[in-house]
Design a protein around this ligand. Structure first.
Ligand code: NAD
Ligand code: IPM
Ligand code: MN
Length: 357
C-alpha cells in the first residue's frame, strides 16, 4: 500500500488546535481508502523562538525537504514581531521550495451563510496567488534612521519568468473550469511592476486563445468579490493582491476559518505546503473553538496532491455533509460547537461518505 511522509508544523495559536483535527481526519480517511500517512511533527513556532532565538534550526529546510508534503497551521504570536516569525519560517519555506503558486479556493458550501444578501447563484472562486516574489521582496530598507528624514523603501520584484509561470498555471486552471481568467492589476496607479504584469499577462493570453483573459483593477476587483462574487471564476494576482483578495474571499464564503490553501511547487522539485488562509487568531486561541474546516480542507488538497484524490473528495464530502446538516457549527459560523465537536462530526460523516461512493 502507498505510504506518504508528511511534515507537520502546527505553529502558533489556533494552529495548535486545528492541525491535530486535520491529522485525525487524514488518518481516518487513509485507513478507509487503504494508504498510510506518516506524520512527523516539528515544534517550530514563536514558542520555539523564545527558547532558541530562531524560528527553526539551521538544518530546518533540509529536514522538511525529505518529506512528500508539509501541513502547516499558522505562524505568529503577539510576543514576537511578525516580520521575525513569518520571515523566519513561513516565507522561507515558500521560497526555498519554489512554491510559486498559492492556490486558494473560495467556495460557498451548502448550509453555510455568507454575509452577502444574494448568493443564489453560488460562489466558487479560485484565486491563483503568486507566492515567491512581487511585493514580498527583501529588497529595501530604512533610510536616514533616527533623523527627521527617516523613510522606508520597498522594492517589488516581478521577474518575467516568475510572472509568466504563475499566469500559465492560472490559464491551465481556467481551461479546466469556465475558460475565463481575471487578472488583478493596478496599472492605472503608475506602478511599474503592474504595467509589466499586464504586459506579461497579455503575452501569455496571446498564446492561449481558447481562454479569455480580462484585466481588472484590484480595487474594483475587491469590490466585485463582494458585489458580484458569483461572476468570478479563476483570478490570478500578485503576492500581495492575492493575499488581500483571499481574506475577502474567505469571509464572503462564510468565515476566515473556512478557507484552505495549497502552496504548490507544480514541478514537484520540492515538497508543497498546505495551510489554511487564516492566521494564528490570537483573539480566540486557547478556547478550543476555532473552526477546523480551513485546515481540514487544506489537508484534503494535500491528499489530492499526494495522489489520493478520492480520499480528498471523501474528506470534502464529509465536511459538506456536516455543514449541510447544520447542527454542528463553530462560533464563527454562528454556532456553539467546539473544534472537537466539529472534528468528531467530520470523522462521523467520513465513513458514510466513503461507503456511499
Ligand atoms: P487571523 O486570520 O489569525 O485572524 C483574523 C480574524 O479571523 C480573527 O478575528 C480570528 O479570530 C478569525 N479567525 C481566523 N481563523 C479562524 C478560525 N479557524 N476559526 C474562527 N475564527 C477564525 O489574522 P490576524 O489576526 O491578522 O493574524 C494573527 C497572526 O497570524 C499574526 O501574527 C499574523 O501575522 C499571522 N498570520 C499567519 C498566517 C500563516 O501562518 N499562514 C496567515 C495569516 C496571518
Ligand atoms: C497568508 C499570510 C501571510 C502572507 C503572512 C502571515 C506573511 O497572510 O498566508 O495569507 O501574507 O502570505
Ligand atoms: Mn493572508
Amino acid at each position: 500500500t502507498a505510504r506518504y511522509s508528511v511534515a507537520v508544523l502546527p505553529g502558533d495559536g489556533i494552529g495548535q488546535e486545528v492541525v491535530p483535527a486535520a491529522i485525525e481526519v487524514v488518518e481516518a480517511v487513509a485507513s478507509l481508502h487503504g494508504f498510510t500517512v506518516d506524520f512527523r511533527e516539528y515544534p517550530w513556532s514563536c514558542a520555539y523562538y523564545q527558547q532558541h532565538g530562531v524560528m527553526m534550526p539551521s538544518d530546518g529546510l533540509a529536514l522538511l525537504a525529505r518529506h512528500d508534503a508539509i501541513l502547516l497551521g499558522a505562524v505568529g504570536d503577539p510576543s514576537v514581531p511578525d516580520h521575525v516569525s513569518l520571515w523566519g519560517l513561513l516565507v522561507p519555506i515558500r521560497r526555498a521550495f519554489d512554491q510559486y503558486v498559492n492556490l486558494r479556493p473560495a467556495v460557498l458550501l451548502p448550509g453555510v451563510r455568507s454575509p452577502l444578501r444574494d448568493t443564489g447563484a453560488g460562489i466558487d472562486i479560485l484565486v491563483v496567488r503568486e507566492n515567491s516574489e512581487g511585493e514580498y521582496s527583501q529588497v529595501g530598507g530604512r533610510m536616514f534612521p533616527g533623523t527627521p528624514h527617516e523613510a522606508a523603501v520597498q522594492q517589488a520584484v516581478f521577474s518575467r519568468r516568475g510572472t509568466e509561470r504563475v499566469i500559465e498555471y492560472a490559464v491551465e486552471q481556467a481551461r479546466r473550469r469556465s475558460g475565463r481568467l481575471t487578472s488583478a492589476t493596478k496599472s492605472n496607479g503608475i506602478i511599474h511592476s503592474m504595467t509589466f504584469w499586464d504586459e506579461v499577462f497579455r503575452d501569455v493570453m496571446d498564446r492561449h486563445p481558447d481562454v479569455s483573459g480580462r484585466l481588472v483593477h484590484v480595487d474594483a476587483l475587491a469590490a466585485r468579490f463582494v458585489s458580484h462574487p458569483h461572476e468570478l471564476d479563476v483570478v490570478v494576482g500578485s503576492n500581495l493582491f492575492g493575499d488581500i483578495l483571499t481574506d475577502i474571499g474567505a469571509v464572503v464564503v462564510g468565515s476566515m476559518g473556512m478557507a484552505p490553501s495549497a502552496n504548490l511547487n507544480p514541478e514537484r522539485t520540492a515538497p508543497s505546503m498546505f495551510e489554511p488562509v487564516h492566521g494564528s487568531a490570537p483573539d480566540i486561541a486557547g478556547r478550543g473553538t476555532a473552526n477546523p474546516v480551513g485546515q481540514i480542507w487544506s489537508a484534503a488538497l494535500m491528499l489530492e496532491h499526494l495522489g489520493e484524490p478520492e480520499a480528498g473528495e471523501t474528506v470534502l464530502g464529509a465536511v459538506r455533509r456536516v455543514l449541510e446538516d447544520g447542527e454542528v457549527r463553530t462560533p464563527d459560523l454562528s454556532g456553539t460547537a467546539t473544534t472537537r465537536d466539529m472534528t468528531d462530526a467530520v470523522l462521523g460523516a467520513l465513513r458514510s461518505v466513503a461507503v456511499a461512493r
